[in-house]
Design a protein around this ligand. Structure first.
Ligand code: ADP
Ligand code: ASP
Ligand code: MG
Length: 478
């Protein structure tokens, strides 16, 4: 039994859907029992949320334009893939219906002037419902027995909208009752990633990038042999290969190492993914849907002790830094608590934060598409404080990126020493290059460090750190 997950980058267009169908068919021939977990087409989830936020602010035209864009993008993909086959009409109808639902949801959000987290999940889940229908129909056109299954019927969660927690026992029961019989009959099931539902049947989401987690939850419930996560690069590498072409794939990682890496990147791997797998010792592979022959990264309980201990640079672009600036007389920890709480309650993912007590401010890193909403929430929260001068400003630095350097000590003492000096080497490299470091975060482990730098510097900073850490193709690993 194999569970494969295809990320948004792997189903971003008709051509990509076709490649995914090809991979599924090939693996199905080998495996016979196969679940494919699918994300929304790249950019869809962010667009859906952006439209609903615009609706809450009364910007009717903006959400309608977003809906129209999503409608034409999905219809175009479905049209190219399903053409004049009998599968096209029901999929077209489904896409129109779900985007009509989106319209209605946005209208009620606009009427209320309020966008709750429950509403967020209702809206954000639509992308996966669409992509899973398109993929299942494509496989049927190609002669496979394939069915799209909504994870709302399989993954039972609590009601913490925006980052719901799965109830593994209940989910296992649902998966055994509803998914396993189809798999035993050889039906390829295409399951929506990212989403689940409460016991009352209300749709929830597992957090941004949560389709990786969905695959792990389903894999654990099915006691799958392996989980394969298909993305657009050759596994987890010493750096993003889009920035450093000679970056090398980390062939094997332990669950613990993978968790550490996932924790630092907004993409790569959802940080909760390894939890359900580690409990059952299920191996996880990260593979490239654009280069299916590459072995990628294998994550296992006991990696080969002789593997090289290479650090990895995880970079995330498209972020912004919001500074909540206090003054020496009024700043208190409560200010930081209020800022974080107001963002968390609205489902904004804060990727990194640091508080400077001497400067009396709090720096928060959020995704670029959350910027406007976050500033709005913080200005609302601190409206009085700003008016009476208890806070001096809420400022934004647009277009920043984070670079995290994570050491992989590989268990032995000498590599642990090397790993712990990685933070200082990375810092020195940025200094040598003259890159302005906006903020630094270092966890207790000492093997990792994260920097916030201007996004424009990423293309030179990442290759340079990679080189300075001795990770280039010709030099030996640090
Ligand atoms: P998906 O849509 O498949 O979920 P993501 O965009 O969430 O893909 O995550 C994969 C991306 O993570 C890659 O395309 C790459 O740009 C980025 N990335 C950043 N650092 C690394 C790294 N060290 N190794 C692999 N990928 C990285
Ligand atoms: N579509 C969701 C997101 O963009 C989940 C995922 O892609 O994993 O966050
Ligand atoms: Mg992802």
């Amino acid at each position: 039994m194999l569970v494969m997950k295809f990320g948004g980058t792997s189903v971003g267009s008709a051509v990509r859907f076709a490649e995914v169908a090809h991979i599924i068919k090939r693996e199905y021939e080998r495996e016979q029992q196969l679940v494919a977990v699918v994300s929304a087409m790249s950019g869809t989830t962010s667009a859906l949320i952006e439209g609903a936020r615009a609706a809450a602010g009364g910007q009717e035209e903006r959400y309608q334009a977003i809906r129209d864009g999503l409608l034409s993008r999905h219809l175009q993909a479905a049209g190219e893939l399903l053409g004049d086959t009998p599968e096209y009409a029901p999929v077209e109808e489904y896409i129109r219906q779900r985007l009509h639902d989106y319209d209605r949801l946005c209208q009620s959000i606009a009427t209320l002037g309020e966008f709750t987290m429950r509403g967020n999940d209702a809206v954000a889940s639509i992308g996966e419902e669409l992509s899973s229908r398109i993929l299942a129909a494509l496989l049927r056109v190609q002669g496979q027995r394939a069915v799209a299954v909504s994870a709302t019927t399989l993954v039972r969660t609590d009601a913490q909208y925006g980052s719901a927690v799965p109830d593994m026992d209940a989910s296992r029961g649902l998966v055994c009752e509803r998914l396993r019989p189809m798999l035993e009959q050889g039906v390829i099931t295409i399951v929506t990633g990212f989403i689940g539902a409460t016991a009352q049947g209300v749709t929830t989401t597992l957090g941004r990038g949560g389709s990786d987690y969905s695959a792990a939850i389903l894999g654990a419930c099915l006691d799958a042999d392996e989980i394969w996560i298909w993305t657009d690069v050759n596994g987890i590498l010493t750096a993003d290969p889009k920035l450093v072409p000679e970056a090398r794939t980390l062939p094997e990682l332990s669950y613990r190492e993978a968790e550490e890496l996932a924790f630092f990147g907004a993409d790569v791997l959802h940080p909760k993914t390894v939890i359900p797998l580690a409990e059952r010792g299920i191996p996880l592979r990260i593979l490239n849907s654009y280069n299916a022959q590459h072995p990628g990264t294998l994550i296992v309980p006991q990696p080969d002790g002789r593997r090289p201990a290479m650090p990895a640079i995880i970079s995330t672009e498209g972020l912004c830094l919001i500074g909540v600036v206090g003054n020496p007389y009024s700043w208190s920890l409560q200010m930081a608590q209020r800022a974080l709480k107001s963002l968390a309650e609205a489902g904004v993912d804060v990727l990194m934060f640091s508080q400077s007590f001497t400067e009396r401010n709090l720096n928060l890193v959020v995704r670029g598409h959350d910027q406007e909403h976050s500033v709005h929430l913080l200005r609302r929260e601190f409206e009085r404080d700003l008016r009476v001068g208890l806070l001096s400003d809420i400022g934004v630095q647009e277009q920043v990126a984070t670079i995290s350097v994570v050491g992989m000590p590989n268990g032995d003492k000498s590599t642990a020493r090397a790993a712990s000096s990685i933070a200082s080497q990375a810092f020195a490299a940025l200094g040598k290059l003259g890159v302005r470091v906006i903020s630094v975060g270092q966890p207790a482990s000492a093997y990792s460090v994260s920097f916030v730098i201007p996004e424009s510097e990423v293309t030179r900073a990442v290759p340079f750190i990679h080189h300075e850490l001795g990770l280039g193709a010709t030099s030996s690993a640090a």
